[in-house]
Design a protein around this ligand. Sequence first.
Ligand SMILES: NC(=O)c1ccc[n+]([C@@H]2O[C@H](COP(=O)([O-])OP(=O)(O)OC[C@H]3O[C@@H](n4cnc5c(N)ncnc54)[C@H](OP(=O)(O)O)[C@@H]3O)[C@@H](O)[C@H]2O)c1
Length: 357
Amino acid sequence: MEDEESRVEGLSAERGILRYCVTGATGYIGSWLVKSLLQRGYTVHTTVRDPAKTMNLLPLWGGGDRLRVFRADLREEGSFDEAVKGCSGVFHVAASMEFDVPAKEDSDSYARENFIDPAIDGTLNLLKSCSKTASVKRVVFTSSISTLTAKDRDGQWRSIVDESCQTPIDHVWKTKAGAWVYVLSKLLTEETAFKFANENGIDLVSVITTTVTGPFLTPTVPSSVRVLLSPITGDPKFSSILSAVNSRMGSIALVHIEDICSAHIFLMEHARAEGRYICSSHNYLMSELVDRLDKEYRSSNKPSCRLVEEDHGSAPSEISSKKLKDLGFNFKYGVDDIIHQTVKSCVDCGFLSPIVN
Ligand SMILES: NC(=O)c1ccc[n+]([C@@H]2O[C@H](COP(=O)([O-])OP(=O)(O)OC[C@H]3O[C@@H](n4cnc5c(N)ncnc54)[C@H](OP(=O)(O)O)[C@@H]3O)[C@@H](O)[C@H]2O)c1
């Protein structure tokens, strides 16, 4: 027992010397990642646009003098210089979460000027700060499942979706299907980030993140949790995002917040990590997901879940985390935990009405 305690203490002391920077620390994933790193004993530099937004996060993070908060904005060149100094790795989690643009005649140029170009420039700003800092050995970029599609060139469902199944950029511009601005921002930002990293000797690894749910530290319910719960809440904005994911993937892939943060840390530290990694615990057909949510929340006597749309009626494509698992990553949470903890957290914070048995 004593041996185990001194081993853990020794590990924490070693990690305390290791310093990581996390961008977007006021967001859902960023705030949980900061907590996970501090709990594991690392020293953390977090960046936030508005330090006042950390007031209720600071007591939840803990970490004492192993935590430093920096003000930084992706839209300001050089903004991340101080925050990344002395860090051995940077988790680039921050991103604007705009999903659509107002209907306009010139929607392409509007989207480019207001959302896509700023997203690309913001990530380049961060990478430029990293390339000026010799201590930074790796950058882990939070990518999205929206960069992938389960449909092949002929519009047929693939049996397996892996990291190569990229959504064609020209198809997104042409079809402007739901959440198209977000899809393009993530696709083009990631593409530019890898190009810049290759040209400037930065070791960049990306985590293709599926819909993240479970508990949360943020004072408001995160967007991805609202998306998952939209069959219960009927919120049209988030239902339409769920529908957009479903039409591109033929199913909804989920991952627990703790697993996505562990995957980020695992990929930061694994010597052989390279390129892109899908991180998905499980994917549900839309009808299965609605059914599962209904079972979890049925005792509330609230209206049943609404089926957002028909699914394609067969077994869904497998959204494969094989590359990540082959490297040695293990998921801790199954789908039952994910759905149960998400509903419970939302009942506890008052977002969903209490369950009446
Ligand atoms: N959650 C998911 O299911 C999911 C799935 C796939 C991919 N992702 C990716 O994961 C990342 C985080 O997502 P999330 O769910 O945690 O979103 P979130 O809760 O909305 O957090 C976004 C974070 O980015 C920050 N941010 C936005 N614009 C910024 C700017 N110009 N400069 C600096 N920081 C800025 C926000 O800061 P403020 O608080 O100041 O606004 C916030 O901290 C994003 O890259 C997203 O694309 C998430």
